[in-house]
Design a binder for this molecule. Structure first.
Ligand SMILES: Cc1cc2nc3c(=O)[nH]c(=O)nc-3n(C[C@H](O)[C@H](O)[C@H](O)COP(=O)(O)OP(=O)(O)OC[C@H]3O[C@@H](n4cnc5c(N)ncnc54)[C@H](O)[C@@H]3O)c2cc1C
Ligand SMILES: NC(=O)c1ccc[n+]([C@@H]2O[C@H](COP(=O)([O-])OP(=O)(O)OC[C@H]3O[C@@H](n4cnc5c(N)ncnc54)[C@H](OP(=O)(O)O)[C@@H]3O)[C@@H](O)[C@H]2O)c1
Ligand SMILES: Cc1cc2nc3c(=O)[nH]c(=O)nc-3n(C[C@H](O)[C@H](O)[C@H](O)COP(=O)(O)O)c2cc1C
Length: 547
């Protein structure tokens, strides 16, 4: 196993390219596989390591890639790979496997883990994984209660059932996963090398993603001024959806259509004041902040802690403010699908935000972020934003490919961006939009722009489903089924199929309708339709951005 750089200093590469190539070649020589970048000379023996990821919105994917670089610098010949590119047999071949997966929907596998999960559960022909050493890191969100990290838990159990040996216990992570991921990877690396503790590499190469961040990131968000807040529903509507725009001037930030924007928000002062009064706290009491430092209680509750579950909760016993604070979670930024293309709106980013307002147990609740944007952030005021790259949700690079977009309600957001992009790039591929909401008269979001796209021919076909304009419900999937023959024809022409919006009901029903169309119009059996859809996913022709 060569431990000297394979690409000489004189070769025409940047130092980063050279480091990556050296790692790559070292990996090939050691076992015919590709290694991540930042390979470095280490004092441990090189071992093959597969870091497999199941990821919907990129967290597990970027973590897996970061850990592959880390592992490479620790002497492993490591590579990161999506579960959609793997078969159970690959695990047997690789022997050392770290698996990182998020949970999606309601305890579901992320899209790119579904085919792998199915392969692990084939009736009667379950693969044997004897000899495989593994550990699982599960990403999730405690807010999901019973389904917390369920995909990771299921994969962990199934791998053991099939004979693989768990070398380090599974770790389940809430939204702030960085520290736990580090603890888990340290334990897993040590277990795989059979050492008490993993040796630190004798290199100056970074062990993980560069910590010196350039520009604006999640940890260093850009204070973006709000430049538009426009009601997209007419006053008679039951809904309140806003077109929100921020200026990016001075940030040098860019994004691609399909990406999401992370937005830092604040709790409603009225809600916080009610909590302080109910508990009899002193608003000026100095308390700890989640990331260190201190602040007066009221300021801490407005800007730093999640309090929405406390609305209307009566205290059963007296509690001191510091104890109260210690039981609260850190206030999280919210993600929104980007609704604009930079080609149409230079230095701007647009969102389509549905204000969450509902009544439960006689109490009026309002969504923290959506009402912060809709009601409390004034034009010209700034809030921290960052870009969340969504590699899983991209327009086809081949501009001639047809595109089918299913985007009811706020699900329209990324498709406004897609259509702006397709128009600006002069993409010749056909575009078909399915949009739906409650009523045509009050809820046809971005009506004028959509109608203009139809008139200009940017939209080859538009199907709308206004659910409450008639007795029986008409949904986007109703329209899909009516247009089954043409939809099938588009799929056979290589169309890319996109879904955005509600994950709980709509995305599942649309998926069922897609299977039904492939059977009825495509003349396939149920099994063949499943295989057809799996193939679409594998070829990135079926992409979802659902929440
Ligand atoms: C990748 C991604 C993209 C997204 N894109 C968009 C987008 O383009 N537009 C958009 O509007 N949102 C989008 N969202 C959702 C968005 O991030 C927020 O979750 C949403 O705005 C609600 O946040 P909030 O802080 O206002 O509500 P919160 O304060 O977080 O409250 C929401 C919670 O309230 C509860 N709740 C809501 N309604 C009811 C009800 N009727 N009855 C009982 N309980 C209820 C539920 O527990 C729900 O989880 C996206 C999410 C993701 C992950
Ligand atoms: N995870 C989160 O934190 C979070 C936060 C906010 C919103 N959301 C989800 O995001 C969704 C988007 O909200 P939105 O207000 O923009 O739109 P929406 O509630 O999805 O409504 C858009 C249209 O979809 C229809 N619809 C309802 N059920 C459907 C189904 N099974 N299949 C297809 N269409 C269906 C609605 O009809 P009817 O209303 O007439 O039934 C309406 O006409 C919400 O439903 C919510 O579930 C999630
Ligand atoms: C629509 C949606 C559904 C989710 N469902 C669950 C769930 O059922 N259980 C859970 O623990 N986490 C759930 N999560 C949280 C994700 O697992 C978590 O955000 C994770 O970090 C995402 O990682 P990824 O970007 O690699 O997919 C959900 C998140 C979203 C947006």
């Amino acid at each position: 196993m060569p431990q000297i750089p394979l690409i000489p200093e004189s070769a025409p590469f940047t130092s980063e390219q050279r480091a990556w190539l050296n790692g790559f070649l070292a990996g090939i020589i050691s076992r015919g596989e590709s290694a991540g970048p930042a390979a470095a000379t280490t004092n441990t023996v090189s071992r093959p390591l597969l870091i497999a990821f199941g990821s919907q919105s990129g967290n597990a994917e970027s973590l897996a890639k970061r850990l592959a670089r880390d592992a490479t610098s620790r002497g492993f010949a490591a590579r990161a790979a999506g579960l959609d590119s793997l078969q159970p047999a690959d695990l047997v071949r690789e022997q050392n496997v770290l698996l990182i997966t998020s949970t999606w929907g309601e305890g579901d596998m992320p899209d790119n883990a579904i085919s792998f999960w199915d392969a692990l559960n084939q009736n009667g022909s379950s693969p044997k994984l004897n000899g495989v050493k593994y550990s699982v890191l599960a990403l999730g969100d405690l807010n999901y209660g019973d389904t917390f990290c369920l995909a990771g838990k299921k994969l962990d159990t199934r791998l053991a059932e099939l004979g693989a040996v768990r070398v380090a216990p599974r770790v389940d992570c809430d939204v702030e996963f960085d520290d736990l991921a580090k603890t888990w990877s340290t334990a897993a690396f040590a277990a795989l090398t059979g050492e008490e503790k993993v040796e630190t590499p004798d290199t100056t190469a970074p062990a993980s993603e560069p910590t010196v961040e350039t520009g604006y990131t999640k940890k260093n968000p850009f204070p973006a001024p709000l430049i538009a807040n426009i009601a997209l529903n007419s006053p008679s509507s039951a809904k309140d959806t806003r077109h929100i725009a921020f200026s990016l001037t001075g940030s040098s930030l860019t994004y691609e259509v399909g990406d999401a924007l992370g937005v830092y928000v604040k709790n409603c002062p009225d809600v916080v004041d009610a909590i302080i009064t109910t508990h009899g706290f002193d608003a000026e009491n100095i308390v700890s902040l989640p990331d260190g430092g201190t602040a007066p209680l009221r300021e801490a509750l407005i800007g730093h802690y999640e309090v929405r579950h406390l609305q209307g909760v009566l205290p059963t016993e007296t509690i001191a403010a510091p104890d109260f604070i210690s039981g609260l979670r850190k206030l999280q930024p919210r993600l929104y699908s980007i609704a604009s293309s930079l080609k149409a709106h230079p230095e701007e980013v647009h969102l389509c935000v549905g204000a969450v307002r509902y009544e439960a147990h006689g109490i009026q609740h309002k969504g923290v972020a959506s009402t912060f944007l809709a009601d409390r952030l004034a034009l010209g005021d700034t809030t921290g934003v960052f870009f969340h790259v969504a590699k899983h949700f991209r327009l086809p690079t081949d501009l001639t490919k047809p595109v089918i977009m299913i985007g009811p309600g706020t699900g329209i957001a990324p498709f406004r961006a897609f259509l702006e992009e397709r128009e600006a790039t002069g993409a010749s591929g056909k575009n078909w939009l399915f949009f739906g909401d409650q009523r045509r008269a009050s809820d046809f979001l971005y009506h004028d722009q959509i109608v203009q796209w139809v008139q200009k021919g940017v939209l080859s076909r538009l199907d709308t489903a206004f659910s409450r304009d008639q007795e029986e419900k008409v949904y986007v999937q109703t329209r899909m089924l009516t247009a089954a023959a043409e939809l099938w024809q588009w799929l056979e022409e290589g169309a890319h199929f996109y879904v955005c919006g509600d994950a709980k009901r709509m995305a599942k029903d649309v998926d069922a309708a897609l299977h039904e169309i492939i059977q009825s119009a495509g003349g396939k059996t149920a099994e063949e339709a499943t295989a057809y859809v799996a193939d679409m996913k594998k070829n990135k022709r079926y992409q979802r951005d659902v929440y």
